[in-house]
Design a protein around this ligand. Structure first.
Ligand code: 0RA
Length: 374
């Protein structure tokens, strides 16, 4: 490999990470505590992607005494082999702001992270970051300080620090106090986010341990019931009118699942997720679900004589009075609109959510008219 290309590449890598350090808000939202916790979610989301690809069923998150965080998964492990440019593929994952999906591998289509730039962003914003990859019989080690590699590669490859039969990735990092206003992770917010991730991925187990205090807190999140359990939990202190109703289907390559339950209250709580990411401002999947739900319910209301010929239709808000719902879709190419990028924008998501909701609700209510009448 010509030395000049190496220099050119390393300069552009440094420029990329420097851009992240100059404008961290552009990549993680803010440098307040919210942005700080985001560093953990970025790494966890990569492990969740590995779960979605079918190779990982355990993720461990540790808040360490020294202020760092460790995230371990039992996936395939970040690739360590030589990449085109003559360096370990791992270096590219952690130092380049690759824009597409991870290596544009189609199995990563449902990645919900920051467009696949997560690991390098966390690296750029950490005082140090250690990576241990179990793969092909060995534990491979790499380390960075403020995004810059501090370990010498051997013919482009990482040194090994032991043997193993397992596979997986272990990433430990210390948020940089030159970047963040506050560097102490907030456990409550992290726990609720991890719990949410467990509801959205029923086959996944997530372990959380706060090792910072002398009495370490250890929690295991595993939610066999998935989003049904999520809705149950959201309503746990409320007077529920029926058991949660659940449906799932696929249309236009988009998987749509939803769970809903009515409680004796006068407001609605409809949460939207796309590729495991919460969409605070909702978006097309929520609109598709709501519009179809309203239309189906009005049809039943007429059929059952609840609405007479002269009566106007119920409004969507009327129908969702007291509804708690979780709508979760998996989309191969999500797009988001708005300032905070938390509103799903894909029109095909509205169509798919509408179609699945229509088909499945009709199937359900044709079988369960009693629930409907209540
Ligand atoms: C790129 C390609 C492959 C796996 C990963 C990245 C990967 C990244 C992370 C980050 C945290 N945990 C991870 N696990 C895997 C596919 C590798 C292959 O084809 O074997």
């Amino acid at each position: 490999m010509a030395k000049t290309t190496y220099d050119a590449d390393s300069i552009s890598v440094l420029e990329g990470l420097e851009a992240v350090r100059k404008r961290p808000g552009m990549y993680i939202g803010s440098v307040s505590r919210k942005g700080l916790n985001h560093l953990i979610y970025e790494i966890v989301d990569n492990s969740v992607d590995e779960h979605l690809a079918g190779f990982c069923d355990l993720i461990e998150v540790y808040l360490e005494k020294d202020g760092s965080a460790t995230i371990i998964d039992n996936g395939r492990g970040v690739p360590v082999g030589l990449h085109k440019k003559g360096v370990s593929a791992e270096r590219l994952v952690f130092t380049t702001l690759h824009a597409g999906g991870k290596f544009d591998d189609s199995s990563y289509k449902t990645s919900g992270g920051l467009h696949g730039v997560g690991s390098s962003v966390v690296n750029a914003l950490s005082a140090w970051l250690d990576v241990r990859i179990s793969r092909e019989g060995f534990i491979h080690h790499d380390r960075y300080e403020r995004g810059i590699p501090v370990i010498q590669l051997q013919d482009g490859l990482l040194p090994t620090v032991g043997r193993t039969r397992k596979t997986g990735t272990c990433i430990q990092f210390l948020p940089d106090d030159q970047i963040f206003e506050k560097t102490r992770f907030k456990a409550d917010e992290i726990k609720s986010r991890l719990h949410e991730t467990a509801y959205l991925n029923p086959k996944l187990t997530i372990i959380f341990e706060d090792r910072r205090e002398n009495s370490a807190e250890h929690i295991e999140f595993h939610e066999e019931e998935g989003i049904i359990g999520f809705v149950r939990d959201l309503n746990k202190k409320k007077e529920c009118i029926h058991d949660p109703i659940y449906f799932k289907g696929e249309s236009e390559g988009i998987t749509v699942e939803a769970a809903f339950q009515y409680v004796n209250e006068f407001h609605e709580n409809v949460l939207g997720f796309c590729n495991n990411i919460y969409n605070a401002e909702g978006g097309t999947h929520i609109t598709g679900f709501k519009t179809m739900f309203t239309s189906v319910m009005n049809n039943y209301a007429r059929e059952l004589g609840i609405l007479k010929e002269k009566d106007a239709n119920f409004t969507g808000a009327d129908i969702r009075n007291g509804m708690t719902a979780v709508v979760s879709i998996k989309h191969p190419a999500p797009r988001f609109e708005g300032q905070t990028k938390t509103k799903l924008d894909n029109q095909d998501a509205a169509r798919a959510a509408g179609k699945i909701t229509g088909d499945e609700i009709v199937l359900y209510f044709d079988r369960n008219v009693a629930t409907l009448k209540s």
